[in-house]
Design a protein around this ligand. Structure first.
Ligand SMILES: CCC/C=C/C(=O)SCCNC(=O)CCNC(=O)[C@H](O)C(C)(C)COP(=O)([O-])OP(=O)([O-])OC[C@H]1O[C@@H](n2cnc3c(N)ncnc32)[C@H](O)[C@@H]1OP(=O)([O-])[O-]
Length: 303
């Protein structure tokens, strides 16, 4: 419980999210018990659908923001609200994150949130990115990413926050932190997360070169834990979850905290400085130019 509280206290705008969330187990913001009961098993908001099976204690969160589940400010806010609702519900012990979009898990941060925007907007956006990472990386739930499509940059980051990753065996899909390819730099907590996942040397090369890995390559370096046929990603995630839930929650949670707390603490203690760094970096003319070139390349590639 102490760990649960300690982890919760890390999240800067959890109070804000709590006000927006409903059906909280602790009953803080429960406008109507009937509505809360109805929404307990299934809820759909604009960009996120949650199926919560109370008999297993496992929720599946589907990202459904066409065309590519890019992580916009709205998307991230909604994602965190849904996450916090599940986190507050003690009967929810496991979370599987997946995509409803064909071919894409998530295209990463929404570039349009960083291109041609005011410093204030960029700051607000970055705080939401931090919040997603803090909440996911410190989650008390067992978390599995069912990566059923490409997962570059912020999409890869999101999947790395999970305890376990299963990817579809399709050589057209790729995963990795490709930020340098856009002329931008993954911040220290992206770097720490990939180091914690694949080790220092592999992370160094992957980050500097902005490498995107095929599913089999990702498996080889430990960026994902399992590669399975495309139509079996979700069922495999559900099966894998039983192994994670067979471990007593408190033991798994405390161990997770032991492994991740130093990394989490680094960002929690420097959030404002990290936001300032990001804003001054991303609003530079040269960086804006790199983003424009990359956006044009994306459009051309499409044509
Ligand atoms: C310091 C900061 C750290 C940064 C971290 C990041 O995550 S940076 C992010 C790094 N992310 C990347 O480098 C990933 C870039 N994306 C891709 O590589 C591919 O889109 C794909 C492989 C994800 C999907 O391929 P596919 O053939 O299925 O799809 P498609 O390519 O045809 O795209 C469809 C539409 O979506 C648009 N759009 C796409 N991504 C983004 C985005 N992130 N944002 C906004 N928009 C995006 C695309 O322009 C197109 O728009 P249109 O013309 O319809 O108006």
């Amino acid at each position: 419980m102490a760990v649960r509280v300690a982890l919760r206290n890390k999240c800067g705008f959890s109070g804000f999210l709590l006000q927006l969330s409903y059906g909280s187990r602790q009953g803080r913001v429960c406008a109507s018990p009937v509505i809360a009961a109805q929404q307990r098993n299934n809820s759909t908001t604009t960009n996120i659908k949650v199926d919560f099976d109370q008999s297993t204690g496992v929720a599946v969160m589907y990202m459904q923001s066409p065309p590519v589940n890019s992580l916009s400010l709205d998307f991230l806010t909604e994602f965190c609200i849904n996450l916090e609702k599940l986190e507050m519900d003690k009967s929810c012990r496991g979370l599987i994150v997946t995509s409803s979009q064909p071919k894409v898990f998530s295209a990463g941060l929404d570039i349009m949130e960083m291109y041609g925007k005011s410093p204030e907007h960029c700051g607000e956006f970055w705080r939401a990115v931090q919040e997603m990472w803090l909440k996911m990386y410190s989650s008390n739930m067992a978390t599995i990413a069912a990566i059923n499509g490409s997962s570059p940059a912020g999409g890869c980051l999101m999947s790395m926050t999970c305890d376990y990753r299963i990817m579809a065996d399709n050589p057209r899909y790729s995963i990795g932190l490709n930020e340098t390819q856009l002329g931008i730099v993954a911040p220290f907590w992206f770097k720490d997360t990939i180091i914690n996942t694949v080790g220092h040397r592999t992370a160094e090369m992957a980050l500097e070169l902005g490498l995107l890995f095929s599913p089999s390559e990702a498996l080889k370096i430990g960026l994902v834990d399992q590669v399975v046929p495309e139509d079996q990603v979700l069922t495999t995630a559900t099966q894998a979850m039983t192994k994670w839930l067979a471990v007593p929650d408190h033991a798994r949670q405390i161990t997770k905290s032991l492994m991740r707390k130093p990394t989490l603490d680094k960002l929690t203690s420097s959030r404002e400085a990290d936001i300032q760094n990001f804003v001054s970096f991303i609003t530079k003319d040269s960086i804006q130019k790199s983003l424009r070139v990359y956006l044009e390349m994306l459009k051309k590639r499409k044509g």
